[in-house]
Ligand binder design. Structure first.
Ligand SMILES: [Zn+2]
Ligand SMILES: [Zn+2]
Length: 246
């Protein structure tokens, strides 16, 4: 059901821990993950302050450009195996602390208002998609975190957009080091061979990869290569936020 978290996506140990948090929530109502205002996990004021991703962009990789182009200079130098990458919002205030809490502070309930932002921006991009596939975490990282934030986004988004999802299409075989601080070439190298496609359901499908943040697209490119190798017809990607690389 839309809005309900798919319990199978969150580990039971984590859910037990969350029960204690729910009790605290009952006594102290939820606060906005960005501004701290009481009432909802992401308040209306903060939602109205987000910077929506919009043109001018590179129509291929989706990065912000000075004028809209079919293929930007970066895409010409490093051709992507993806048809298109798009994001709902820019990774600027008020979004970064909210994503941080979703990923690192156990606030998995934030997946719902964040997926709502993605559903709202979807009308703008209208990407081809037969099947939604989350970018997986390495199993060890997922165990520690208790869930994969991208799978939670997919679970809400599938309901909102009416597109089926395959949660286990990909597996992350390589426990890559964090991409923060790496340049585009190092990111590509770090991600090489990181994923394998494990579901036959991807064959002949137009896949839409879903992730929380996209910077250079190296992670998405590596995941796309695995899906294409497994027989996917095409791969595009839709991310919650686009980080501007400095
Ligand atoms: Zn707020
Ligand atoms: Zn580009």
């Amino acid at each position: 059901m839309r809005g309900e978290i798919d319990k199978s996506l969150v580990s039971w140990r984590f859910r037990v821990r969350q029960l204690a948090v729910s009790f605290v929530d009952f006594v102290f109502p939820p606060v906005c993950a960005s501004c701290g205002r009481a009432g909802t996990l992401l308040c209306e004021t903060c939602v109205s302050a987000v910077s929506w991703m919009e043109e001018p962009i590179c129509l291929r990789c989706g990065r912000t450009t000075s004028k809209t182009v079919a293929v930007c200079s970066v895409c010409r130098q490093y051709p992507l195996p993806l048809e298109k990458i798009r994001a709902a919002v820019l990774f600027v205030d008020p979004i970064p602390p909210v994503i941080h809490k979703l990923k690192y502070k156990g606030q998995f309930g934030l997946a719902r208002p964040l997926a709502d932002l993605m559903a709202q921006a979807w009308r703008r991009w209208q990407l081809t998609a037969d099947l939604l596939v989350p970018v997986p975490l390495h199993p060890e990282r997922e165990r520690t975190r208790g869930y994969n934030q991208s799978a939670l986004l997919v679970s809400h988004l599938a309901g909102a957009l009416g597109i089926p999802a395959e949660m286990k299409a990909l597996c992350r075989a390589k426990n890559t080091r964090p991409q923060v601080g790496l340049n585009a070439v190092e990111r590509q190298e770090n991600m090489r061979g990181a994923f394998t496609a494990v579901s036959p359901d991807v064959q002949g499908k137009n896949i839409l990869l879903v992730d929380d943040v996209c910077t250079t697209g190296a992670t998405l490119a590596s995941a796309a290569e695995a899906l294409l190798e497994a027989g996917a017809n095409s791969v595009s990607a839709y991310c919650l936020a686009r980080a501007i690389q400095t």
